[in-house]
Design a protein around this ligand. Structure first.
Ligand SMILES: *Cc1c(COP(=O)(O)O)cnc(C)c1O
Length: 437
């Protein structure tokens, strides 16, 4: 069985460089291939896997390949991919120390490395969650409890019914998942006062007025432009007002790991919490996000299962830092990614992606396209009609999606993968220029 599984994985990985990237497929094509009746009697595992591999092929998107620039999508570093497969084979429950001492200590070490490479306080805590959405929710749950605590209310015990009003601020260009997280933690998407943004979509820190405890949702890396907020100024304002500064840095936080980009997120270490993804720029397979809170006790008070958070134990209990109890051992892949890159390899990955983004912008600009953003990170925004974007997608050389920027339809190119080469950028830029006509 495993020989054939590895034949399938090898064949898929070998196909990534050539297969059309995410060309559209009608759902009925896949339904016809997949949706037979559930058999009464089960089939042999080899047959299930062989037939599954054959059936899903037209519906697979080569997002692990070098020319997928849609959303913000990382590839999968070989060590991270292998560690993630082993996490499934070992079938570890990362819930607690006794359920998997290996998962507990790997997450303890990965926590230390993550804080180190991102330049965040060594005393902060990291929860290994599914993605930045859940990281935002985890951090905002801690923020809610602490800020309401400053207003004399114990939200962890008493909930929100009858609680004093809690002010929340977010940039007008905050990511949709910030508002989803606010809904999830009971504050409501409409609770956030939207603060004006700069022409590049960063929260205008000068415009923010705080007059007491509040939650401020800032951003490192606007999903359209890559721009980061003025985090140093926001941190100073929050500190003066007793407000909690949360940074959504799903991909942009990784700028902190590259010496040449660190200044763009200056002051980031002064925040109270940070949400980021490992499955985007760290190139760990899905799903993998990191919920980071400066005050470890507040993190555990919001997420832990018992009052045990009040006492330090000799072991890390992973359930103290995530909304889940039983879960997959996500830390193995993060550990493997960081160890295989090393500090300098991580910085090189981040800087290479940004250089590719600048090359994209210059090639497209030279070809007559209109680049709409300052290319300060790995995101490139190009004026394009939905029809032109559909032509790029149908062509299959590369894949990218559409967005609307300042009421103008645009395509968004995100370079986030370790394996993308300059040649991939040139081939893709040529395909985009053809589609723009
Ligand atoms: C991708 C992204 C998110 C959501 O992350 P998921 O990993 O999809 O949960 C949040 N904020 C920003 C800025 C993002 O780019």
């Amino acid at each position: 069985m495993w020989d054939s599984v590895f034949r399938h994985t090898d064949a898929y990985l070998a196909s990534l460089d050539d297969r059309p990237v995410g060309v559209p497929v009608a759902p009925d094509v896949l339904r016809t291939r997949l949706a037979g009746e559930l058999p009464d009697v089960g089939l042999a595992p080899e047959q299930v896997i062989d037939e599954l591999v054959a059936a899903v092929d037209p519906g697979l998107v080569a997002s692990a390949g070098p020319r997928y620039f849609g959303f913000v999508t990382g590839q999968a570093l070989p060590a991270a991919r292998a560690a993630d497969m082993l996490a499934a084979v070992w079938d570890q429950n990362a819930f607690s120390y006794v359920s998997s001492p290996a998962a507990a200590v790997v997450e303890e070490v990965a926590e230390r490395w993550v804080l180190d490479v991102l330049g965040l306080p060594a005393s902060a805590s990291v929860g290994f969650v599914t993605g930045a959405s859940m990281a935002n929710a985890t951090c905002l749950a801690a923020a809610r409890n602490v800020v309401l605590g400053r207003l004399g209310w114990d939200a962890a015990r008493d909930g929100l019914i009858g609680a004093p009003p809690l002010r929340v601020f977010a940039g007008a260009e905050a990511h949709a998942t910030i508002f989803a997280a606010l809904r999830l933690v009971g504050l409501g998407a409409g609770s956030a006062t939207l603060v004006d943004v700069t022409p590049q979509g960063a929260l205008d820190a000068e415009a923010l007025v705080l007059d007491g405890p509040a939650i401020v949702c800032a951003q490192a890396g606007n999903v359209n432009t890559g721009a980061s907020d003025d985090l140093a100024l926001l941190a100073a304002k929050c500190r003066a007002a007793g407000a909690w500064l949360h940074v959504d840095g799903a991909f942009g936080l990784w700028a902190a790991a590259a010496p040449s980009l660190r200044a763009s997120v200056a002051g980031v270490e002064l925040a109270d919490s940070w949400a980021t993804d490992a499955h985007k720029w760290l190139n760990v397979p899905y799903d993998s996000g990191l919920a980071i809170v400066a005050d470890r006790v507040a993190h555990r008070a919001a997420m832990g299962l018992s009052a045990a958070y009040l006492t330090e134990s000799e072991h890390r209990q992973n359930y103290d830092y995530t909304p889940e109890a039983s879960r997959r051992a996500r830390g193995f892949a993060v550990y493997a990614a960081l160890r295989s890159l090393g500090r300098s390899g991580l910085a090189a990955l981040i800087e290479r992606c940004c250089a590719h983004a600048r090359l994209f912008a210059s090639l497209l600009d030279a070809g007559g396209a209109t680049v709409l953003n300052d290319v300060v990170l790995n995101q490139v925004l190009v004026a394009a009609s939905p029809e032109a974007i559909a032509r790029v997608q149908a062509d299959g050389t590369c894949w990218l999606g559409g967005t609307v920027w300042r009421e103008q339809p645009a395509m968004r190119i995100s370079v986030s993968g370790y394996e993308t080469t300059e040649d991939d950028v040139r081939r893709s830029a040529a395909a985009i220029l053809r589609a723009l006509g």
